[in-house]
Design a protein around this ligand. Structure first.
Ligand code: AMP
Length: 441
């Protein structure tokens, strides 16, 4: 299938050609014709599926071909995203797609001065990417009016609710024109998301693409069991002994990020951290320096790291496992791209066994476990499997295999075995259902 066969116009096709997109992804194949025809859409699609182009290409086409010129302080299409980084990334993609079209685009988000944003909005913007809080601020200050809005996109809707934007979404929803096209993208579909969809969407087409809950086969994944209090020691030990040149480290909390960065800087490493408490300019600088190789270790929380577009990275380390299993796939998706090899190591303590089980269920893999000599945990991490089960009772110890628990991390690094696949495909992701919601008794 080609992009041309989906009904896209020549200026968009030329832009895609320049970007090297040869074939539409599954979500694009379904979303593009539906959005072009004006339908509402509800899509189960995660980052990495090509969903941004899935909604942006047809919206740009509609904006270029129909409708009135945008008035001052007005917008014609709104794309709401949960974080500043995602706003930047989505907008960068949209700008690339719109390069041959007379369609103005812009992104607004919090954490930076509001004045330049107000100035830029004066002339009107065809397509605005925004985080909900800042958009509401701008709206309340009359810097942006919604009466010309023809289309609304809720991108990563589940993440927006997780981050506590429900109130802002409600307020924005109440201010939008009733007649508009609405597209909702979410990785997961909780009752809350279905409720939101029920209120905001009109007979939506539902699109579900097979989730990309698998890492590139070139990524070697493993778990290193360790006691919680020794995680930072283990990380420093691995950093030194494995001579990692560039590592992206994920920590659960802002404190965890700061503590590790401080310790690494104290040891003379070029380390920096990004989390929601740090101003946007500082985060961007840390990221730019990491990409340029001036910072060799970047420690991040999930929220700060979401949307980071890092081309290819040899090493990702999970100092803590993510609370949401899908984030594991996002985290390790930054390595092993374009056929390069990559390694993703998770330092896992006994408290995290349920999180580990959820990740294994989602990815349908039993991750290899490798104990690092000198860091064997006192609190055993119970066994888990690719069906998401936690096996409480310890099994009889087996003889060590190559790449097995006693082989050590160094040995594993040399061994190219992929992680063990699940015996059977068992997925417990809720079924996608747009029918009437069942009421709880
Ligand atoms: P997304 O899921 O929208 O974040 O997209 C993930 C990545 O895939 C981005 O870097 C896009 O530039 C890229 N991408 C999206 N669609 C295509 C396509 N049809 N062919 C090649 N790359 C694509």
């Amino acid at each position: 299938m080609t992009f041309a066969s989906l009904g896209l116009i020549d200026p968009l096709l030329r832009a895609l050609d320049a970007l090297g997109y040869t074939e539409p992804t599954a979500v694009q194949q379904q979303a593009i014709p539906a959005v072009l025809s004006g339908r509402d859409l509800m899509a189960a699609a995660q980052t990495g599926t090509g969903k941004t182009a899935g909604f942006a290409l047809p919206l740009l086409q509609r904006l270029a071909m129909d409708g009135a010129k945008v008035a001052s302080n007005s917008v014609r299409a709104l794309v709401l995203v949960p974080t500043r980084e995602l706003a930047e990334q989505v907008h960068a993609n949209i700008r690339d797609y719109a390069v041959n079209l007379p369609v103005g685009t812009y992104a607004v988000y919090g954490g930076v001065s509001i004045n330049p944003q107000m100035m830029r909005l004066r002339g009107g913007v065809d397509l605005l990417v925004a985080t909900p809080g800042r958009l509401l601020d701008l709206h309340r200050q009359n810097a942006v009016k919604f009466n010309q809005v023809e289309a609304l996109v809720l991108d990563e809707a589940d993440r927006m609710l997780d981050l506590g934007f429900a109130e802002e979404l409600r307020a924005l929803y109440a201010s939008l024109p009733e007649r508009r096209q609405t597209l909702l993208f979410s990785a997961t579909f909780s009752d809350e998301i279905r409720l939101l969809a029920g209120q905001m969407l009109d007979q939506p087409l539902s699109v579900q693409t097979s989730p990309r809950n698998v890492a590139a086969p070139t990524v070697k994944q493993a778990v290193v069991p360790v006691d919680k209090k020794r995680k930072a020691d283990l990380f420093c030990h691995l950093l030194k002994s494995r001579r990692w040149k560039q590592v992206l480290v994920f920590a659960k909390t802002r404190n965890g990020v700061d503590q590790l960065v401080e310790r690494l800087q104290g040891q003379g490493y070029a380390a920096d951290g990004i989390h929601g408490d740090r101003p946007q300019a500082t985060r961007q600088r840390a990221l730019d320096q990491f990409k340029a190789g001036e910072v060799s270790i970047l420690v991040a929380t999930d929220v700060a790291a979401r949307g980071l577009d890092i081309e290819d990275l040899p090493q990702v380390v999970n100092l803590d496992l993510p609370i949401v299993a899908e984030d594991y796939v996002h985290r390790i998706g930054r390595t092993g791209r374009a056929g390069n090899s990559g390694e993703a190591l998770s330092l896992v303590c006994a408290d995290e066994v349920e999180l580990l089980a959820a990740i294994e269920r989602l990815t349908r893999l039993t991750l290899k476990r490798i104990e690092e000599p000198g860091f064997e945990p006192e609190h055993r991490v119970p066994d888990t499997n690719a069906s998401g089960e936690v096996i409480k009772k310890p099994k009889k110890p087996k003889k060590a295999k190559v790449g097995g628990a006693k082989a050590g991390l160094g040995r594993w690094m040399e061994n190219n075995d992929p992680p063990e696949p699940a015996p059977k495909a068992v997925r417990k992701v809720p079924a996608f259902n747009t029918g009437p919601r069942k009421r709880k008794p």
